[in-house]
Design a protein around this ligand. Structure first.
Ligand SMILES: [Zn+2]
Length: 298
């Protein structure tokens, strides 16, 4: 069973890049199958936003203490909502502090304190959820039967706190969801090609992949691909392990009982033409977004 999960988690798909009124968006082919009920998109840095370097062009992040950058990002968020037919007044944007915390959104017009939150779930139509990324893993989870959607921000810390699995558990607890009715998309994020890290990080990530059957760690699987070791692309011997954050998030979802997970093949650090990348840029850069919203059937 774990071997099947592992093969699934490591399989990446080519996602289509589309121009949407001058805005370059990426979609998961799996989630796009439910477009009658779910609008979703992963933004790129390409668009009409007009943010100056190093935030060029379509920055959505308001994390830098620069009022002009913040104002531009706000305008870009509004533009994104307009393009997708979403109501910006209802947009829910958590603070993102690399926690494992996911909260439910129960009222369209409420403004809950989400400063220390990295994941949101809702059962409400016409309430768009937006999170920001620059290498960290965006995950969108859709529950088809009860019409629920979640987005989480999973950097290595969030992944080590199993935030994707936390979102699954929250939907089950709050709304009686079933993991078997969920589909998930793991979006553009830093690839194992560009993510050398420490053994302590690897250890914490792997602790999230305990077997629900016998409680044992899935160690042999780690060796089989969730953590790359050795040289990459003929470069000098790479001493540091390179965990596959996208695959580890996919693995968490599969182990939680989500039957289908669509993993994006794009590495944000390899594609500075398309994406903001914290590592590639040396830390000073903008943020792309993952947005999702349910709507009544059209
Ligand atoms: Zn890469």
């Amino acid at each position: 069973m774990h071997t099947i999960h592992l093969e699934q988690a490591l399989r990446t798909n080519h996602w289509h890049v589309n121009d949407n009124q001058g805005l370059t968006l990426i979609q998961s082919p799996l989630l796009a199958q439910y477009k009658d009920r779910l609008t979703h998109a992963f933004t790129t840095r390409m668009g009409p936003g007009g943010a100056p370097a190093p935030y060029d062009h379509f920055n959505l992040g308001r994390n830098v203490p620069d009022e002009a950058v913040k104002a531009n990002a706000l305008a870009n968020r509004k533009h994104l909502c307009t393009v997708l037919g979403a109501n910006h007044d209802h947009l829910k944007v958590p603070g993102q502090v690399h926690s494992g915390t996911v909260v439910p959104i129960l009222e369209a017009t409420a403004k809950p304190d989400m400063a220390n939150v990295d994941g949101v779930s809702t059962n409400l139509s016409s309430v768009p959820l937006l999170l920001h990324f620059a290498d960290c893993v965006p995950v969108i989870i859709y529950e088809k039967k009860r019409e629920l959607v979640s987005i989480v921000h999973a950097g290595w810390r969030g992944t080590a706190q199993a935030i994707a699995a936390n979102a699954v558990a929250l939907m089950i607890e709050e709304w009686g969801a079933e993991a078997s009715q969920m589909v998930a998309a793991v979006g553009p994020a830093i690839g194992t090609c560009c993510y050398p890290t420490g053994e302590d990080v690897v250890e914490q990530l792997m602790l999230t992949l305990s077997s629900p059957l016998d409680g044992s760690l899935v160690k042999e699987q780690m060796a089989q691909g969730l953590v790359k070791r050795g040289s990459h692309d003929g470069q000098a011997e790479q001493a540091q392990p390179r965990p596959d954050l996208k695959a580890i998030n996919a693995m968490q979802l599969l182990l939680a009982g989500v039957p289908e997970v669509d993993v994006c093949s794009f590495c944000t650090s390899c594609r500075p033409d398309l994406f903001y990348s914290h590592r590639q840029s040396g830390g000073k850069t903008g943020r792309q977004g993952a947005i999702a919203m349910m709507h009544s059937p059209s």
